[in-house]
Ligand binder design. Structure first.
Ligand SMILES: [Zn+2]
Length: 286
């Protein structure tokens, strides 16, 4: 979840089908898949990213969208690109929230892929519910079993492709950013699949279920500032204005997704927002 916290806040007591009407329509609206750079493709919905990475030994998929329709949109997009959903061997997740983990259970069942996730988000994925005090309460999603736990710096290899886990907890206890070195028409580039660093209703003061949350956010901002990014690929496409870049990509020329300063600008803004929200919550607690 990112910025629709207030919409969801009053509705958590309702069952999922009723709740679904409160989520942004773009989250479950299909959109055309497209090539980003190197072996990276966008296969998500209009409002929620999912990224496909092709290798000589099968496919890697990052994120699963919403419970209702997320997996179907992603699988249809994989087919439209000429790949087979059954070739997805590894499923990854940026964090255990309904909008990025909701479709993972269906994707795993449909493809037979293994799910790799951080230890910090394992419990949330397997119980299908966010961990930590949050003003949105407990928003649930279909639980999904984690096959392998990853730590900071772990390398995920498939074929010649190597993804590296950069743990960026705070938004959730196991929020994970994934990095990948790609070759785009002979040009070496660092791609970063960004976890989330927004506060999104999290209690930063007195969070009994997640007491180290503030330290985690701070460590994550430090880690992200040290992560080189030529391609900033977030889990909400509007964070990097992906739709506009995709339009520009239709004209031959330089790759519009390449912007080496973009992620660091985003991280700086996000850290400022975090500091403001922390000060607000500290003020309210006094
Ligand atoms: Zn989230």
């Amino acid at each position: 979840m990112r910025k629709f916290a207030s919409i969801a806040a009053g509705l958590v007591a309702l069952a999922l089908p009723a709740l679904a009407a409160a989520w942004p329509a773009a989250w479950t609206k299909p959109t055309e898949p497209y090539h980003v750079a190197g072996n990276i493709y966008y296969v998500g919905s209009e409002g929620l990213s999912a990224y496909l990475i092709s290798t000589s030994s099968g496919l890697i998929l990052i994120d699963g969208g919403m419970p209702d329709g997320g997996a179907d949109i992603i699988e249809a997009n994989i087919r439209r690109l000429g790949f087979k959903a059954a070739d997805v061997k590894i499923l990854l997740n940026t964090h255990a929230h309904i909008d990025h983990a909701g479709g993972l259970a269906k994707l795993k069942a449909d493809t037979g892929a293994k799910l790799y996730a951080s230890g910090g988000d394992r419990k949330a994925l397997e119980q299908g519910r966010h961990i930590g005090d949050n003003e949105n309460g407990e928003v649930s999603f279909p639980p999904v079993k984690v096959d392998r736990t990853v730590r900071d710096g772990d390398k995920i290899k498939l074929g010649e492709t190597v993804l590296i886990a950069v743990l960026t907890p705070g938004h959730t206890p196991g929020c994970t950013t994934w990095t990948l070195a790609v070759n785009d028409k002979g040009r070496p580039l660092n791609a970063v699949f960004y976890g989330s660093t927004s506060v999104a209703g999290n209690a930063l003061v007195g969070n009994k279920a997640y007491p180290r949350i503030v330290d985690d956010y701070r460590q994550s901002f430090t880690r992200l500032k040290a992560t080189p990014a030529d391609l900033f690929l977030p889990n909400h496409p509007e964070m990097a204005d992906l739709a506009a870049k995709r339009g520009r990509a239709l004209t031959p020329g330089s790759n519009p997704f390449v912007d080496p300063g973009e992620m660091s600008r985003y991280v700086a803004r996000s850290e400022q927002e975090f500091q403001r929200e922390l000060a607000r919550q500290q003020g309210a607690a006094r």
